[in-house]
Design a protein around this ligand. Structure first.
Ligand code: HOZ
Length: 432
């Protein structure tokens, strides 16, 4: 636990050198702490619910490597399986048995998935699923929602969440207007806006893609009837419904948001948890659609490292652990205690705040709320979030360094961790 002797000398040295070597000193923008200020912490190792930095500070970690660490970091069973797999080689570039095993587990778990293709990241899964939506329908336009993030492929960098929202960037330079001309955007939770887009673009829209529960504009849940309404509208217009469950898959329930809400999309993207901490993404869905993917069909998509035995092994073991009795009840209980506790502590210390939780995912906004969309989320007190984030860091609590990211818990987080977190929050918020 970080004490009054919070020192970050080594982190500063290492990050200082990184700045000269890599743009912004990082391999992915949000990690640079730009929106919350101060130097990022350089990690040395992770275990269970904790992260340890290069200065010897320990943190209760609610980022969980941005989602994959749902069974806890460096779980002994995952590491054991990986050690065995390592001895057989790191990559085959040929079919392996582990792909079948993980594919079967994913198909059995996720209601919409009858066939699956493994790729190497959530970005890759989403860019591939977009090509598939277009190939299957013969239409070019898609609808996405502001604040939803579907990776960094050109056609999704329109009012995107996550790092784009965190850094307050306009749509990225380098993305040709012609590439995004077919990306229509609507406000999340606004069914009427989607209806209007369908009416204005008859027979032109391939489908609607969304995070069924948003995690890249902060944590935002769908209002009653929103997902069902999208399901109806897409059917009515012969368009596809795609759930980007890169964050929510295996996190809100074993079968993801679609199982939890009882709405089955046509296609789904996955990532994070299904790789157990190694780089994996996947897209899958109805068999008749997936059979368009090469070499079964004409829609081309490929990858040298896709389905590699190490990543498949980590995913298999992670899902095996998650599928044991009681895991989701435990995740729900601990995460609810944390999310409710944070809002309560904020109110008791005199701050406007709202938040929520589903499964092992949570959020806290410094605003009266309610927050139903990215437009609402942008109205929250970002300066206060920055000070809260820094204060929590100094208390040994590692939160996502952006108001526009969700928080993640794991099976390794204990009641005691949550109580320590709430105590820290009380101490920090009382001084803000
Ligand atoms: N886009 C990721 C969160 N939504 C951040 C990934 C990272 O920085 O590792």
């Amino acid at each position: 636990m970080v004490s009054s002797a919070f020192r970050t000398v080594r982190s500063e040295e290492i990050f200082g050198a990184a700045r000269d070597l890599m743009p912004g000193g990082v391999s992915s923008p949000v990690r640079a702490f730009k929106s919350v200020g101060g130097q990022p912490i350089v990690f040395d190792h992770v275990k269970g619910a904790y992260a340890y930095d290069v200065d010897g500070n320990q943190y209760i970690d609610y980022v969980g490597t941005w989602g994959p660490a749902i069974v806890g970091h460096a779980h002994p069973e995952v590491l054991g399986a990986l050690h065995q797999a390592l001895d057989k080689g790191t990559s085959f570039g040929a079919p392996c048995l582990q792909e079948n095993i993980l594919a079967r587990m994913v198909i059995e778990a996720v209601p919409s998935i009858e066939m699956v293709r493994f790729v190497n990241s959530g970005t890759e899964a989403c860019m591939s699923v977009l090509r598939l939506m277009r190939a299957f329908t013969g239409r070019d336009k898609i609808i996405k929602f502001s604040g939803c993030y579907h990776g960094h492929a050109d056609m999704f960098l329109v009012q995107a969440g996550s790092g784009v929202a965190t850094l307050g960037l306009p749509d990225s330079p380098g993305v040709p207007k012609t590439t995004t001309a077919n990306t229509l955007t609507a406000t999340y939770n606004d069914l009427e806006a989607v209806k209007a887009l369908f009416e204005q673009n008859p027979n032109e829209i391939a489908g609607v893609i969304l995070e069924p529960v948003v995690g890249n504009a902060g944590f935002i849940v769908p209002e009653a009837g929103f997902l069902a309404g999208l399901r109806e509208l897409t059917r009515e217009h012969n368009a596809l419904l795609v759930f980007d469950e890169v964050m929510t898959g295996f996190r809100l329930a074993y079968g993801g948001a679609q199982q939890r809400f009882g709405i089955t999309p046509d296609l789904t993207t996955l990532g994070k948890i299904i790789g157990g901490g190694l780089p994996v993404g996947a897209y899958g869905g109805r068999r008749d659609i997936m059979e368009m993917v090469a070499p079964a069909g004409p829609m081309y998509q490929a990858g040298t490292l896709s389905g590699n035995p190490l990543a498949m092994t980590a995913g298999i073991k992670t899902l095996e652990i998650l599928n044991r009795p009681g895991t989701y009840e435990q995740l729900e209980k601990i995460t609810k205690k944390l999310a409710d506790g944070l809002v309560q502590v904020a109110h008791e210390t005199g701050h406007a705040a709202c938040g929520g939780q589903l499964g092992a995912m949570f959020g806290l906004f410094f605003t009266e709320g309610p927050v139903h969309s990215y437009e609402d989320a942008k109205r929250c007190d970002l300066a206060k979030f920055s000070r809260f984030h820094r204060g929590m860091l100094e208390q040994g609590i590692y939160l996502a360094p952006s108001q526009f990211e969700a928080g993640f818990t794991s099976l390794a987080h204990t009641d005691e961790d949550v109580e320590r977190t709430l105590e820290a929050a009380r101490a920090v918020l009382a001084k803000l």
